[in-house]
Design a protein around this ligand. Structure first.
Ligand code: ATR
Length: 278
């Protein structure tokens, strides 16, 4: 019998029951034959700081962070990656041996890796991008697209002021477009991304049409319930290449898992099916 405690990791949020991360990381632990555990941890805002600080002593190597703690998590960390600082929120924390906490944000990385895997010809530098939405997910995606070398990024949001705040932060390549001009802004856009919650089960569909989109554009959605949103279905009906949002969730988990459990996991069809409950 070994007296070395198995490595632990988890996801902190409120609520947390709906999180797919335990299935995702559990699948990788089994596939890789690692004696470790990944658990959902429900913590309210009042419980978050104390709860988080107790985890390294209990054998946790790190955690994912989800709503409503992504911004507070960044402030609590002892060190922060450049991409997390740019996005202004953390989704992955790693507890180092000296007790310090390092914060990262892998959402933009997950977004890009999903496109690389499912649309290998896609290149952000091919032409303008159109990003719908200016919330937390949009910040990560805007930041990632700019890092990938996109030269013009059109940003549109129902609440124009939020888009303007992002444009102010991310610079002149980001141009704000009125929400009611979103369909026109598809003209010439080689990457079109929905980062809003519209199209999710129980929500209205995105009020846009793809008539102006170039025939060789790539259309993607961060919504993955349903996998085929009305927006992606409309793109497919026009013969456009689409990538669904589930892969972003799967890929954003890779860096954390590797940090905590010491092996780099793969995003496979088997994983996708497991997360879909198939
Ligand atoms: P997330 O972190 O998932 O991006 P968020 O910060 O709440 O979540 O952002 C949600 C995004 O969906 C925002 O761009 C929001 O637009 P507003 O900034 O105007 O709120 C967008 N959104 C949500 N419901 C919407 C609706 N009914 N119509 C248009 N946009 C909507």
């Amino acid at each position: 019998m070994s007296d070395i405690a198995p490595p632990l990791a988890g996801v902190i949020g409120f609520p947390i029951a709906h999180s797919k991360s335990p299935v995702l990381h559990g699948y990788w632990l089994r596939e890789l034959g690692i004696q470790g555990y990944y658990v959902p941890l429900q913590m309210s805002q009042a419980e978050f700081v104390g709860g988080l600080r107790s985890l390294p002593k209990l054998g946790f190597k790190g955690v994912n962070i989800t709503l409503p703690h992504k911004i507070p998590a960044l402030g609590l960390a002892d060190s922060v990656t450049d991409r997390a600082a740019l996005i202004g929120a953390a989704n992955t924390l790693t507890f180092k041996d000296d007790g310090s906490i390092r914060a990262d944000n892998t959402d933009g990385y997950g977004f890009i890796q999903n496109l690389r895997q499912n649309a290998p010809d896609w290149d952000a530098r091919k032409g303008p991008a159109l990003v719908l939405g200016a919330g937390g997910a949009s910040r990560a995606i805007v930041s990632a697209l700019l890092s990938e070398g996109v030269t013009e990024l059109r940003l549109t949001n129902r609440t124009r002021g939020r888009a303007e705040m992002l444009a102010d932060q991310f610079g002149a390549k980001v141009q704000v477009v009125d929400w009611n001009r979103a369909s026109d802004a598809m003209d010439g856009a080689m990457t079109i991304v929905n980062t809003t919650s519209l199209g999710m089960e129980g929500q209205p569909a995105l009020p846009v049409v793809l008539d102006a989109a170039p025939k060789d554009t790539l259309v993607t959605d961060i919504v993955y319930t349903p996998l085929l949103t009305d927006f992606l279905a409309a793109a497919q009906a026009r013969g456009l290449k689409t990538v669904d949002g589930l892969g972003m969730l799967l890929h954003q988990g890779v860096p954390g898992f590797e940090n905590w459990f010491g092996a780099r996991p793969e995003v496979t069809d088997g994983l996708r099916n497991a997360v879909l409950g198939l």
